[in-house]
Design a protein around this ligand. Structure first.
Ligand code: ATP
Ligand code: MG
Length: 699
């Protein structure tokens, strides 16, 4: 086991006692070290499987780790007993075990973004706030932002913010629900108020391991520090790369990795410097790019010994976005003897996937889409889950409201208001309310659909039964919409491929709740032979033989907001993550013209292209003739003599004079800008200093 590691990696595996940070660049074997370390701890008999807590970034990564460990154990221990999962799945487990102490009922629900918005809408209506000014989506973000910071963040809110925050949480409590942020926050509160429970977990987890540590947020960091008190063993091993921190928009804080040795005084830090993933050219290009970031620890990263330079990193400039999709599909087609799963198209934003989907579909290239349109975001999947939630939790009024109208049963707002008065929840109310004629019949039919012995059935069969009996599937069968057949297919896939894997409906619903909030997780097994089209965020930690990196254009990557706000370093880290996913070949491309949300745009090539050292690159494409050569010869054989694309001149950030909108203070104009603090002259409220994140700035 240890023979597959280099000296530094071995040291990281064998340094089991005390706090350890493995800080190193992409592809240096951090994840491999983590997995081997767990096996080592178990083989040496240092802990039982359930005394190990391993935190990964996605549920998929957790499954892969467990699978790999399952093969390593040789039967001596069971990988299934390791506490391995995301922060959210682990904390949810802790909450379930201790729900009463955490102030929750046993059958509490986990709300996704849709549910959160619905709750906020009700609250705004109750508080008499204008829905035009109070956008639920914006407020979901604000509230999550507070919860992601951990305990204490909400203590001094005050004002409108505080009112809404409190009302929102009170409504969740009334509905017996928690939101995504609560999953961790409630565990922190539990640990805070119930020291005996905290101590129990401190005692249970002898070893804690964290992958992708650079992307932990405040709440998650607090969870870790509470479990590893000073004076205790503090056997915590975190692995990460400050250059790959790409989730600050979700509350991740790079300072946790930078301050690790302050948080843990006798921390050891091990650096891994050999990259085993990428060709020397890919690595060289990536290194030369990330060097442009000022705020980094700085590391040396070398290719593995004996690795050759490999292909240069290809940079294609093509006339249109369509040419780009064709060139990429051509290249995949040309290398069809490779496995399709060797290829990935990594996109900056989900909206870029469509042309690739069309091009691949028309050529019969199998693909899977990850992180862009979430399976769990589809209307029919949400509907089906709402039905199942209501089946298991009859008190779930939000789900009731969603499904009572699917198919239509003649219950409009006034009927609902009436029902509300007849019971603690809408299901009870519907049964008890004095309804007449058709309405009573419709109500009884609806209630009857839920009235069967689902608990004694396999969850997949119960789901099938409910969705048939309730008329939901029939609704789509009868629908004339062009996409109705696809929706039925999706529901079928949910039942046969997902729900069927669970032993109880409650377990499935728990899983669904986690998946619904994490757009970067994926269900599909990694071994399907298909090209992956995924966002760069979703590709973190993964690797592919060939990566295509389209739309490297100013305004897209880096995106408009990052350029305007001078927030380029995180975009550059994202670009670094993208390039370093490639093992053998990386193909960067930019189109001179592209349709963006229905408008033709003429973007300059990304400044990131110009930042990379040209010795690792070759430039191709540009005109129609070049496109023909590309199509007939393929990227590898084409002439690499196109001029190096020149990026647009760098615009300096000048916010002064721009108009802004603030949810509480209304409209105003920026008169001074100092980093994140803006001085704004508000039309009604005078001159105020406001943090940039709280205002919308017009273009
Ligand atoms: P990232 O920063 O992208 O998450 P990482 O540091 O976690 O990368 P791994 O994914 O663990 O890196 O490893 C990258 C690749 O290198 C994997 O294919 C892994 O199997 C391989 N690898 C790691 N260490 C070695 C080694 N000592 N010898 C050979 N191959 C190795
Ligand atoms: Mg990794």
């Amino acid at each position: 086991m240890l023979e597959n590691l280099n000296v530094q990696q071995r040291l990281a595996v064998e340094t089991t006692d005390g706090p350890l940070l493995v800080l190193s660049g992409a592809g240096t074997g951090k994840t491999r070290v983590l997995t081997t370390r767990i096996a080592y701890i178990l083989d040496m008999g240092l802990a039982m499987p359930w005394q190990i807590l391993a935190l990964t970034f996605t549920n998929k990564a957790a499954n892969e780790m467990k699978n790999r460990l399952g093969q390593m154990g040789g039967g001596a221990w069971s990988a299934a007993d390791i506490w391995c999962g995301t922060f959210h799945s682990v904390c949810l487990r802790i909450l379930r075990y201790n729900c009463e102490r955490a102030g929750l009922r046993r059958d509490f629900l986990v709300y996704g973004e849709d549910d959160q918005k619905a709750v906020l809408k009700t609250i705004f209506a109750e508080m008499g706030l204008d829905p035009k000014e109070y956008n639920p989506a914006t407020w979901v973000e604000k509230i999550s932002g507070i919860k992601d910071k951990g305990l204490d963040a909400a203590t001094h809110l005050g004002g409108r913010m505080g009112e809404i925050y409190d009302a929102y949480n009170a409504e969740l409590a009334r509905l017996n629900a928690v939101d995504f942020g609560d999953i961790i926050l409630k565990v922190l509160e539990l640990f805070d108020t119930a020291p005996d429970i905290l101590e129990q977990y401190q005692r249970q987890f002898h070893y804690i391991l964290v992958d992708e540590f650079q992307d932990t947020n405040g709440a998650q960091m607090q969870f870790l520090t509470m479990l590893t008190p000073a004076g205790g063993a503090q056997n915590i091993c975190c692995v990460g790369d400050d250059d790959q921190s790409i989730y600050s928009w979700r509350g991740a804080e790079i300072k946790h990795i930078l301050n690790f040795d302050k948080t843990y005084e006798n921390a050891q830090i091990i650096r891994l410097e050999t990259n085993y993933r990428s060709s020397a050219n890919i690595l060289g290009a990536a290194n030369s790019l990330i060097r442009h970031n000022a705020g980094r620890l700085g590391k040396d990263l070398h290719p593995a010994p004996g690795v050759d330079a490999g292909d240069p990193v290809y940079v294609l400039t093509v006339p249109t976005d369509w040419d780009e999709a064709r060139a990429i599909a051509d290249t995949i087609g040309r290398n069809a003897d490779n496995k399709y799963s060797d290829f990935a198209v990594l996109i900056r934003a989900g909206s870029l996937s469509r042309l690739f989907e069309e091009e691949f579909t028309s050529r019969g290239i199998p693909y899977r889409l990850i992180g862009a349109t979430k399976f769990y975001d589809r209307m029919e999947i949400r509907d089906a889950i709402a039905y199942l939630r209501l089946l298991v939790h009859p008190f779930d009024d939000l789900s009731f409201l969603r499904v009572i109208a699917k198919p239509r049963r003649g219950f409009g707002p006034s009927a609902i208001a009436k029902i509300r008065g007849y019971g603690a929840n809408l299901m009870v109310g519907l049964r008890a309310a004095p309804l007449a004629g058709k309405q009573r019949a419709a109500a009884d039919e609806f209630l009857a659909a839920f009235d069967f012995d689902w608990d004694a059935m396999r969850p997949a069969d119960a789901a099938q039964t409910l969705l048939e009996k309730s008329g939901y599937i029939k609704m789509w069968r009868d629908a004339k919409d062009a996409d109705a057949p696809e929706r039925i297919e999706n529901v079928k896939e949910l039942i046969t491929n997902v729900i069927s894997k669970y032993d109880t409906m409650a377990e499935f619903l728990e899983h669904a709740a986690l998946m619904m909030t994490d757009d970067n997780d994926t269900e599909t097994a990694g071994d399907t032979n298909a090209v992956s089209i995924m966002t760069i965020h979703a590709a973190k930690g993964l690797e592919f033989n060939t990566v295509f990196l389209p739309a490297w254009e100013d305004g897209i990557f880096p995106n408009e907001m990052a350029i305007n706000e001078g927030a380029l370093e995180e975009e550059r880290r994202l670009a670094y993550v993208a390039v370093t996913r490639g093992r053998v070949r990386a193909v960067i491309s930019n189109a001179m013209s592209r349709m963006v949300f229905g408008e033709r745009k003429y973007n300059a090539p990304s400044r990131f292209i110009a930042e990379m050292d040209p010795q690792f690159l070759t430039f191709q494409g540009v005109g129609m003739g070049a496109m023909r050569s590309l199509r007939t010869r393929g990227i590898e054989q084409s002439y690499g003599n196109a001029p190096r694309p020149r990026p647009a001149p760098v615009r300096s950030e000048n916010l002064v004079g721009k108009l802004v909108l603030h949810t509480e203070m209304g409209r105003g104009v920026i008169i001074e800008s100092d980093g994140d603090i803006l001085t704004i002259a508000f039309r009604d409220k005078g001159i105020k200093k406001v943090a940039k994140q709280f205002v919308q700035i017009s273009k």
